[in-house]
Design a protein around this ligand. Structure first.
Ligand SMILES: NC(=O)c1ccc[n+]([C@@H]2O[C@H](COP(=O)([O-])OP(=O)(O)OC[C@H]3O[C@@H](n4cnc5c(N)ncnc54)[C@H](OP(=O)(O)O)[C@@H]3O)[C@@H](O)[C@H]2O)c1
Length: 227
């Protein structure tokens, strides 16, 4: 049996937990306030779900999703994640996260910042560029012509293979765009941020219903993206 650990159980974390349970995975949820605050969500998700501390979610997960504000990266349990595949959904928003010099300067992507802290883990950047309602709406079985693709970036080939396996189970294809340093291509403000998965791509993507976006379309968009 495979387990998805979640550090963060908000809009994206709870959406991924639902997709994982639907795919037959076990999930361990965590947040900043403690497992006792996640009872309602665990009850909704059913017997495959339980809540724990961030440490427990990290240790239990075959994959571990870090889905919290970037300003909280310093709290992510470093030792418990050593050797793990860590899926980073984070986006840097200075108004929420405060100013972070390396990110302001464009020297690092936010996932490289997390990788630097989690030096024993294998960070893969994924799920950061899709609005949570679209993430919930778009999964399709492998081979379905309407299956959507999500971008992955990471420095470890095996971790990206494991991320691709998870995406496939959750109902998505993966487009590997290279190392973590290439993750800027789908960070906030880029054309691949949010818009592709809206029915009518545009700056109001959050107000739009979901629309599928294929691996071929995503590959072309990311290749054409300029800094
Ligand atoms: N919303 C979207 O559609 C979307 C899409 C793509 C990517 N993202 C990015 O993904 C990340 C999560 O977004 P979200 O919208 O899901 O946020 P959210 O709904 O505000 O949820 C954040 C979660 O992180 C937890 N958390 C905060 N600080 C923590 C800490 N120090 N340790 C453990 N857990 C902590 C919160 O727990 P408590 O509630 O207990 O504090 C909450 O469960 C953000 O970086 C966001 O920019 C969001």
């Amino acid at each position: 049996m495979a387990t998805l650990g979640l550090i963060g159980s908000g809009k994206i974390g709870s959406t991924l937990a639902r997709l994982a349970v639907d795919a037959g995975l076990d999930v361990v949820l965590s947040n900043s306030r403690g497992p006792e605050t996640l009872g309602e969500l665990v009850a909704e998700l059913g017997p495959r779900a339980r809540a724990g501390t961030a440490q427990e979610a990290a240790r239990a997960g075959d994959w571990v999703v870090v889905t919290i504000p970037v300003k909280a990266y310093g709290d992510v349990p470093r030792e418990a994640l050593a050797g793990k595949v860590v899926l980073d959904t984070g986006n840097y928003y200075p108004a929420r996260d405060g100013q972070i010099a390396e990110l302001d300067a464009g020297e690092l992507t936010s996932s490289e910042l997390l990788q630097r802290r989690l030096d024993g883990a294998h960070v893969v950047k994924v799920f950061n560029n899709i609005f949570f309602t679209h993430l919930a709406a778009l999964p399709k079985p492998a081979g379905d012509p309407a299956r959507s693709a999500l971008a992955i970036a990471g420095d470890d080939a095996d971790a990206k293979a494991q991320a691709t396996d998870l995406l496939s189970r959750l109902g998505y294809d993966a487009v590997d765009i290279g190392p973590l340093a290439e993750g800027w291509r789908y960070e906030p403000g880029q054309p691949a941020y949010g818009q592709p998965y809206a029915e009518k791509p545009g700056p109001d993507f959050m107000a739009q219903p979901a629309g599928p976006y294929s691996a071929a379309e995503l590959t072309a968009l990311l290749a054409a993206t300029e800094r």
